[in-house]
Design a protein around this ligand. Structure first.
Ligand code: UD1
Ligand code: CA
Length: 456
């Protein structure tokens, strides 16, 4: 059976007061439409259709190949919006699942149940409803004395008696496709000049057909976003749900209210996350780590048993048993191999630090390849930029860089060489050689047997 989802995203979202289309406002770091799309996709079998209108180009660009886009212009209501999909879908699908792009918490499980209910419904549609004391402007669900659904009445058109009804129309529907296209043509324009999708309910009932209602037990899931106040409410709920899933999977989150984890993040067992930590994008954290307090990781991979305190990391790779911080910054292309120690006030960009290398204090390392067991003294700087190009620095294994060394790139330091404190290295250094001064010059060959090898 072919099930196709249509996600309505053409409305302006006037009450957001924003230049950004409402459906692109992020919830837990991801535009809200991506949440609705993921849920709809999981409950259907074909590539979803998204109805776009306001800010169409921006929405289309964000969606890319994830959905088929159909323009609704002008925007004459939710019924009119669904009608725009008819020419694409007529004869191509058995069921149509319709959801709204401004309900990011509505999960795939609920949508699957909605589809399953319609599969066994002899009538042409099933709607999702919820019972709530606060109606939040939602349409009211009208039932007859036998309890069968008769209609959905929009708040603006409801009588006082109807306004007191607590069963609300959530805004998710599953239709028999064949029936839907005919029904959409019969919807009459409302007083507000709109064609309401919700009028299909009364149309079915008038034709003597049965409308099923699936009643959601999860009120939070039905939070719809019309203002930035709703946006913040949805953010809190989604954050809580993400954090709870990690906790149940074996992650300790010391203070969930101040821990911000985006949906694409993975975290291993027995890792502890301290407050004010942000894990974003495609970040992966291994097992047994201690992360934070005060750490930001964007698209960063961290191995097992790492301790990362007060660090900002973006596009970095950190292998097992690495210690970082406090006050460390890893930029794109930073790669810290096993057992690296990176202490306070360091910055690393586009550089690999070999296994066991130590960089304790105040250093900038850019465009460098650094071998195993290197000691990088306090205040070391790779002078990688000559005003035109970024130049490479290559440091062999077991090198000892004295405090406050300037490495003027391009430059190479051979294995087990040393620099004196304050050296300005402008020329390549031979292995096993000590260089000192400004500019640095070799003063002696080191006895290989006496090489200072820093222990991991
Ligand atoms: C709608 C429902 C209401 C329900 C509520 C739940 C209708 C008529 N009413 O009201 O019963 O309780 O959602 O949140 O459906 N859209 C378009 N094109 C349009 C108009 C809207 O694509 O011409 C999209 C919007 O971008 C939005 C969705 O449809 O994603 C819902 O529209 P909105 O104006 O927010 O409807 P509500 O007034 O909230
Ligand atoms: Ca809405």
């Amino acid at each position: 059976m072919k099930i196709t989802a249509i996600i309505l995203a053409a409305g302006q979202g006037t009450r957001m007061n924003s230049d950004l289309p409402k459906v692109l406002h992020p919830v837990c770091g991801v535009p809200m439409i991506a949440h609705s799309l993921a849920a709809a996709k999981a409950a259907s079998s074909e590539t979803p259709l998204v109805i776009i209108g306001f800010g169409a180009e921006a929405v289309r660009e964000f969606l890319g190949k994830k959905a088929r886009c159909v323009i609704q212009d002008p925007q004459l209501g939710t019924g009119h919006a669904v009608r725009q999909a008819e020419s694409t879908l007529r004869g191509k699908t058995d069921l149509v699942l319709v959801t709204y792009a401004d309900m990011p918490l509505l999960g795939s499980g609920t949508l699957r149940r909605l589809v399953d209910t319609q599969k066994i419904n002899p009538g042409p549609l099933t709607i999702l409803t919820v019972n709530a004391s606060d109606p939040r402007g939602f349409g009211r669900v009208i039932r007859n004395a036998q309890g069968s659904v008769q209609a959905v009445v929009e708040e603006a058109a409801a009588t006082d008696k109807q306004l007191s009804i607590h069963e609300l129309n959530v805004g998710a529907y599953c239709f028999s496709a064949k029936w839907l296209w005919e029904a959409l043509n019969k919807i009459k324009v409302s007083k507000k000049g709109e064609y309401y999708l919700t009028d299909t309910v009364a149309l079915a009932v008038q034709a003597g057909q049965e409308v099923q209602a699936l009643v959601s037990a999860d009120l939070q899931e039905t939070i719809g976003i019309n203002t930035r106040i709703h946006l913040a409410e949805a953010e809190v709920v989604m954050r809580q749900r993400i954090n709870q899933a990690h906790m149940l999977a074996g992650v300790t989150i010391v203070d969930p209210a101040s821990t911000y984890i985006e949906p694409g993040v993975k975290i291993g067992r027995d890792t502890v996350i301290w407050p004010n930590t942000y894990l974003r994008g495609t970040t992966v954290i291994g097992e047994g780590c201690v992360i934070g307090p005060n750490t930001i990781a964007q698209d960063t991979t961290v191995g097992d048993f790492c301790e990362i305190l007060a660090a900002v990391m973006d596009g970095a790779v950190v292998e097992d048993n690495v210690g970082i911080g406090p006050f460390a910054r890893l930029r794109k292309g930073a790669h810290l191999c096993k057992g690296v120690h990176m202490g306070n006030f360091g910055e690393i960009k586009d550089s690999t630090l070999g296994p066991g290398t130590k960089m304790g204090h105040f250093s900038y390392i850019g465009n460098a390849t650094i071998g195993e067991d290197v000691n990088i003294g306090a205040g070391t700087v790779t002078c990688n930029y000559d005003g035109v190009r970024k130049n490479p620095t290559v440091i062999g294994e077991g090198v000892f860089i004295g405090s406050d060394t300037m490495l003027v790139a391009p430059v190479k330091l051979g294995a087990h060489s040393r620099t004196g404190a304050g050296a300005v290295v402008t020329k390549d250094v031979e292995p096993d050689t000590l260089v000192v001064g400004v500019p640095a010059r070799p003063i002696k060959k080191l006895n290989e047997a006496k090489n200072v090898k820093t222990k991991r």
